[in-house]
Design a protein around this ligand. Structure first.
Ligand SMILES: *Cc1c(COP(=O)(O)O)cnc(C)c1O
Length: 339
């Protein structure tokens, strides 16, 4: 059964070409440093991100965690957005596993933090307080590209206070394609960058943490401790390599498809469509019952969406321009029937 799945860009399946590359990949024991495909990928992604080194991780949650664990000791603090993935969606791993204290901030409507407030909350050197160590940002956030001028200001702030700057760049490739910048340019202000390849880029598994050689050496020890030392994982590295080669530039199609979907739904009075950003469209529906009924109606036509009142629709590798037209018609049909 073919579904049009707009719940997330994590639902992409490896293409036939990707599977063929995976099957043919030379492999070795990566804990011994023997997997040539992983070694080559880590060097490639280091260059891609503009950093000296990189490490393959099982997920973005793991690569963010390794970043925080490598920057912070127990009893140290990271400054972060309340709605950022590293605070809200990683089960508190930094605190649970690292004894790292979060200091969350409200995220502003453009996806940034109020840097004046961030600066005020940096703790003075006093035994009452945790030691502030890292500012953790995110790009894209809910699909929004964060302006690079803000990232530069954040860099100046951390420089003034001797802090580290981490980027959860799960979808940084979307930001790069949307702005016409390279990932390395967007990553430049940061000491560490986490990049997901299992979202719009279409690999089945994997994120990489990028940073200095010293930072990545620390991350390698933490990864082993967390049970993340993989053996012949070159088959996964091959998929990621393929995604960099073939699936970065085409993210522009996902952005165009999202823009098209947002545009097609504008004329439905019952929906307030938020301005589309990169590969995400948010629909505000009248209430949760309508959201549930709409999700059921779409599911009956093999279209999967989350049944939430503020409904996030995500375009990706497995969604075509034709699918967008199909989804738009199905949503129009639902509201036409309700009158
Ligand atoms: C998906 C995502 C991650 C990582 O999620 P995993 O499922 O652990 O790979 C990190 N940050 C953001 C913003 C994400 O969207």
């Amino acid at each position: 059964m073919h579904y049009i799945d707009l719940r997330s860009d994590t639902v992409t399946r490896p293409t036939a070409a990707m599977r063929a590359i995976m099957a043919a990949a030379p492999v070795g024991d990566d804990v011994f440093g023997d997997d040539p495909t992983i070694n080559a990928l880590e060097q490639r992604v280091a260059k891609f991100s503009g950093k000296a080194d990189a490490i393959l991780c099982s997920s973005g949650t793991q690569s963010n965690l390794l970043g925080l664990l490598s920057h912070c000791q127990r009893g140290e603090e990271y400054l972060v957005g309340q709605e950022y993935h590293t605070y809200r969606y990683e089960a508190g791993g930094a605190a649970v596993l690292g004894g790292i204290v979060p200091q969350p901030f409200e995220v502003q409507s453009d996806g940034t933090l109020d840097l004046n407030l961030v600066e005020q909350r940096i703790k003075p050197d006093d035994p009452h307080f945790p030691i502030t160590r890292v500012l953790a940002l995110e790009n894209t956030h809910t699909g929004k590209v964060i302006p690079q001028s803000y990232m530069q200001k954040a860099r100046e702030l951390v420089n003034r206070h001797g802090l580290q700057l981490h980027l959860d760049g799960a979808r940084i490739a979307n930001a790069a394609v949307a702005t016409g910048s390279s990932v390395a340019e967007l990553g430049q202000p940061f000491d560490s960058v986490s990049i997901c390849f299992s979202k719009g880029l279409g690999a089945p598994v994997g994120s990489l943490l990028c940073g200095s050689e010293a930072l990545i050496a620390k991350a390698r020890r933490w990864r082993k401790m967390l049970g993340g030392g993989m053996r012949q994982a070159g088959i996964l590295a091959a998929a990621i390599d393929h995604s960099i080669e073939h699936h970065v530039e085409r993210l522009a199609e996902d952005h165009a498809n999202a823009a098209q979907l947002a545009d097609l739904l504008q004329d439905i009075d019952a929906i307030r469509v938020e301005p589309q950003h990169t590969n995400m469209v948010y629909l505000n529906l009248p209430d949760t019952d309508t959201a549930k009924a709409l999700a059921d109606h779409l599911m009956a036509q093999q279209i999967r969406v989350p049944a939430s009142q503020r409904m996030r629709l995500v375009t990706h590798l497995d969604v075509t321009a034709g699918d967008i037209a199909t989804v738009s018609s199905a949503i129009h049909e639902f509201f036409a029937r309700r009158g």
